[in-house]
Design a protein around this ligand. Structure first.
Ligand code: DQQ
Length: 459
């Protein structure tokens, strides 16, 4: 490469791909989840369908498998199943930013727009909102000369002021930004006729004192006629990523709240972002969590995104299920039987299980050293037990009695009771040896091996 033409983006890109072959050799390298070719990733960002492709960006540090000055990595897909890596979209290369923090994407006609937080710890106004646009379908982005388009938090709000999420409604753009007021998490609402000019509309919704000290990654969406505000609250006892049910009044700029539901009972799910896709709403989370060990760091990578989930609201409950498209990952049918013992002797580290139950059933995932996860389903309840002794459970409506599981080398995602209870957990099985044991009242068990989601990398 011509030394003189090096930019922060091109430097990041070369290091990323120089380290990719080693990361790919990791025994835990994921097969069908979005992860970076090497280095670190956290939150999903900029989820948008644009130009006939799904675009997923993510918080990324390409220089090492640990959090650092944030870039935006990028992958795209025509079918939501098979992905290709795209060039790194954003690097912190402007005087107003030392990191490009989380944000959202928008189809703005001629351009794919990204709205993100410029973070600068050395500036008293730590976090501002900025725009970047791509005119070549998402391959390269140009930051707006009008940045920062929101240069400070609303009066009375904390300088923790980040993670803008935009949506279009009634011919206008709306945007929520996570912040806090008097130590209580809240979401600030903005409206505008374009993505560079915003008017503050007030606080959309706020913690009552029990829902965290700051709201990260807010998302507004409407699912089956139900308004939802999805947030990642900091320091909320017993919760980390919740959907608040309520009613949004666009004219008043307020959302009244009536209850909430944890999105995922596992330990490795955070910063979920939604994407409107025609008449459905999809959601992707970060499949890890702050403050946990990241055993793949020694292999040169850390972090991944969850599978996409399709949202529905059934009898007042938010349900999340993998979209039908994911069936395209299935390679061979390992099991199709009505006997609970059908999984005995089945091994596989890239697997999908679909277990239809008549009553109470239990599924146990183990490695050579013992149990990794136990899932128990009764007509009323789903319970997930970890070897640490930790158990998490959720009441079920009983509308559907099934356990669906996706295993990808060092991750397990479970969808129980028609997606009423979800559980995402990173597990690191000894020698990649998963075994499966099923007992109880089972009417049909199917298991498939799953294939790769990424095209060959350009390295
Ligand atoms: N991660 C980003 C922030 C966001 C946090 C920084 C949530 O924008 O609030 O990497 O995980």
């Amino acid at each position: 490469m011509n030394h003189h033409s090096e930019t922060p983006l091109s430097r990041a890109e070369s290091v990323l791909w120089a380290n990719a072959p080693a990361a790919r050799k990791s025994p835990y390298a994921l097969s069908y989840h979005i992860a970076a070719p090497s280095g670190w990733i956290n939150d999903p960002n900029g989820l948008v369908r644009y130009g006939g492709r799904y675009h997923v960006f993510y918080q990324h540090y390409p220089f090492a498998p640990q959090w650092g000055p944030m870039h935006w990595g990028h992958a795209s897909s025509a079918d939501l199943v098979h992905w290709r890596h795209e060039p790194i979209a954003l690097a912190p290369d402007q005087p107003y930013e030392k990191g490009c923090f989380s944000g959202s994407g928008a189809d703005d006609g001629d351009t794919l727009a990204l709205i993100y937080t410029a973070h600068d710890e050395d500036n008293p106004i730590k976090e501002t909102q900025c725009v970047a646009r791509s005119s070549d379908g998402g391959r390269t982005f140009v930051k707006s000369p009008l940045n920062p388009v929101v240069p400070h938090p609303p009066e009375g709000c904390s300088t923790d002021f980040r993670d803008p999420k935009v949506w279009r409604q009634d011919g206008h753009w709306f945007m929520v930004v996570g912040t806090a007021r008097e130590g209580r998490g809240c979401a600030a609402l903005y409206a505008g006729d374009d993505l560079e000019h915003w008017t503050y509309r007030g606080i959309l919704a706020e913690s009552d004192g029990t829902m965290g000290s700051m709201w990260e990654c807010p998302n507004f969406c409407r699912v089956d006629g139900q308004d939802l505000l999805i947030i990642s609250p900091m320091e909320m006892e017993g919760h980390k990523n919740i959907a608040l049910f309520g009613a949004f009044d666009a004219a008043a700029g307020r959302m009244t709240l009536d209850r909430y539901q944890e999105l995922d009972l596992g330990e490795d799910f955070y910063a979920a972002q939604v994407m409107e896709d025609g008449d459905r709403v999809l959601l992707i989370g970060w499949m890890d969590m702050w403050g946990k060990p990241y055993p793949t760091q020694k292999d040169g990578w850390a972090g991944a995104l969850t599978l996409p989930r399709q949202l529905s609201v059934r009898d007042g409950r938010l349900c999340q299920l993998p979209p039908k498209e994911l069936e395209a990952l299935r390679q061979s049918v390992l099991v199709d039987s009505d006997a609970p013992g059908a999984l005995d002797g089945v091994h596989g580290d890239r697997m999908e299980l679909d277990i239809q139950c008549g009553g109470t059933a239990e599924l146990c995932l183990s490695d050579a050293d013992g149990e990794l996860l136990r899932v128990t389903l009764t007509p009323e309840r789903a319970t997930f037990a970890l070897p640490t002794g930790r158990t998490m459970s959720r009441d079920l409506s009983g509308a559907q009695s099934d356990i669906r599981v996706f295993v990808d080398r060092c991750s397990v995602e479970c969808f129980v009771g028609g997606g009423e209870a979800c559980f995402t957990q990173r597990v690191y099985p000894k020698e990649n040896q998963f075994s499966y044991a099923l007992s109880g009242d089972v009417t049909r068990v199917r298991a498939w091996t799953l294939g790769d989601a990424f095209e060959e990398c350009p390295c």
